[in-house]
Design a protein around this ligand. Structure first.
Ligand SMILES: Cc1cc2nc3c(=O)[nH]c(=O)nc-3n(C[C@H](O)[C@H](O)[C@H](O)COP(=O)(O)O)c2cc1C
Length: 500
């Protein structure tokens, strides 16, 4: 028997990739970033592969976000009703989720998760969680008599009238008979309610008596899937088997101004999940301002103007490659100490200036600040384990003075490593802080190289081949590399280039 992994929750939705590339990414990113303890659970996206498929940039990004994509094909001959795909894929998701979770959240892809959505974990013995619709629309106001449309629905779904209970819409604040929003549901998939919903929907929607309602008011055609959902749920479940989710779930951003003032949340950050209807609403909503920078950063990722050049935005990252790894040395409390530093570089040539960016809490910094000197040592790849070690332990906790043979030059207090290929002895000429780093700008007062790397040309010693320095290269992917081969000569290669 295969091992089944139970997930606390699975998030699933239907995405039409003709329109919702950015939305699908926002949806998944919001779960991963703001989902708290539920951030790492599976995300499933269903799409009708006869109509659309994700753009390759979308697919890459969804892949990075560990979203599982499930293409499906609708039967070509099937009569297409509004929301048929929605109800069908809800049933597909439910079937797939059986015995993988007790909580399948079926959400609109135009949803953002802004805080850990712990109420989507159903309470004990509950089989479904729902939100009332935002507006009454075709809903049935409790103080009024049940109208012919709802009578027909109750009849066709065999709803027991004693089970009708009151619920309140958040935006127009009406007390209505049960009417759920189908864009925010959580079900225990093992009970098959979404499959039943699909069966009833296929059977009831095209009935002649229902078609009469659609003729009079097209809203009936659009929202009948939700009415059938309610009918299915109430006829199948006892009322203590279902739960209403708090109003901080599925909050309709596009209707914020329509809600009575006393019902408006004070900050978007207090909400757990929001619906935004379309990107323009999200970008222009004054109420959404506190999250707009986050939204814009995500949207940049799929900037269509950029992707046409075959470019994929990674978000703002200092992707400079290669980075030579150095061991920065200083004398701290009378002993040499070395830290691994990737963020070093050249700042000027005459006199030679270099910089080191070291976190302010590092032990090495004490010595640099005190003596106003430091060294930069380029270890060869054979010293990789020791070099990595100097980057994971601090001189505060571990004595690193015995790791290497140390020598001193003209400054007398900038310890340098004999086993390193190259050593720069530096005097601090400027120091400043940025973010949590201290930046030390040093003038190179002397530089040293392993004599085995030199050859004599006339009276002069020259570096035989820089490749023999064999530096440790580091990449933003947290991998070390060694250097490749020589490919040309500086200030000469341009000759092979012929501009038109
Ligand atoms: C590959 C690698 C690169 C690193 N680059 C830097 C860096 O550029 N700046 C920095 O402040 N720390 C960097 N570190 C972390 C420090 O080396 C590490 O915190 C070290 O323990 C500090 O030692 P100290 O407290 O003895 O000075 C890097 C570590 C590794 C493994």
């Amino acid at each position: 028997m295969g091992l089944r992994i139970m997930n606390e929750i699975i998030f699933a939705c239907l995405v039409d990739f003709r329109y919702f590339n950015l939305e699908s990414i926002l949806f998944a990113t919001s779960i991963r970033e703001f989902g708290g303890k539920l951030a790492n659970t599976p995300i499933w996206m269903f799409f009708d592969s006869t109509e659309s498929s994700p753009k390759s940039v979308t697919e890459n990004k969804l892949n990075d976000l560990r979203v599982q994509l499930f293409p499906y094909t609708h039967e070509p001959n099937q009569e297409r009703f509004p929301f048929l795909n929605w109800v069908f894929t809800a049933s597909l998701a439910e079937t797939k989720a059986k015995s993988k979770t007790k909580n399948l959240a079926w959400l609109s892809p135009e949803t953002l998760i802004l805080n850990e959505p712990f109420d989507l974990i159903l309470q004990a013995d509950k089989k479904l969680g729902f939100r009332p619709v935002h507006h009454t629309l075709i809903g049935s106001v409790i103080t009024e008599e049940v109208d012919p449309y709802w009578k027909t629905i109750y009849n066709l779904c065999q709803v027991d009238a004693t089970k009708i209970f009151p619920m309140r819409t958040h935006i127009d604040g009406k007390t209505i008979r049960p009417y759920f929003n189908a864009g925010c549901l959580v079900v225990n998939p093992n009970h098959g309610i979404l499959n039943l919903w699909f069966e009833k929907f296929k059977e009831i929607f095209p009935r002649p008596e229902m078609k009469e309602f659609y003729k009079h008011n097209e809203l009936y055609a659009i929202f009948t899937h939700q009415a059938i959902l309610v009918g299915t749920v109430i006829s199948k479940y006892d009322l203590d088997e279902i739960q209403e989710l708090p109003f901080t779930y599925n909050y309709p951003l596009h209707l914020y101004h329509e809600a009575r003032e006393e019902l408006r949340p004070s900050s978007i950050k207090d909400l757990t999940t929001i619906r935004y209807e379309n990107l323009a609403v999200l970008k222009n909503s004054e109420f959404a301002k506190p999250i707009i920078e986050w939204v814009n950063n995500q949207l940049d990722i799929l900037n269509p103007d950029i992707s046409q050049f075959g470019k994929y935005s990674l978000g703002p990252k200092p992707l400079i490659f290669p980075i030579p790894i150095s061991l920065v040395g200083a004398l701290v409390a009378g002993k040499p100490n070395f830290e691994t530093i990737g963020d070093v570089g050249i700042m000027g040539l005459n006199p030679p200036l270099v910089y080191v960016s070291s976190h302010k809490e590092h032990y090495t910094n004490h010595g640099i600040l005190r003596n106003q000197t430091f060294s930069i040592n380029l270890p060869p790849t054979s010293l990789l384990p020791q070099t990595d070690y100097c980057g994971v332990v601090s001189g505060k906790d571990v004595d690193k003075s015995q790791l290497f043979t140390v020598f001193y030059g003209k400054l007398h207090n900038a310890p340098m490593i004999v086993e390193a290929s190259v050593n720069l002895e530096c005097k601090v000429i400027k120091e400043f802080s940025i973010q949590n780093r201290q930046i030390f700008i040093g003038e190179v007062v002397q530089s040293y190289i392993d004599e085995r790397l030199l050859e004599k040309k006339g009276d002069e010693f020259k570096i035989k081949d820089m490749i023999n320095i064999d530096p440790i290269i580091y990449g933003l992917n947290n991998r070390y590399y060694s250097i490749g081969k020589e490919i040309g000569v500086g200030y000469h290669e341009y000759k092979k280039f012929k501009p038109d």
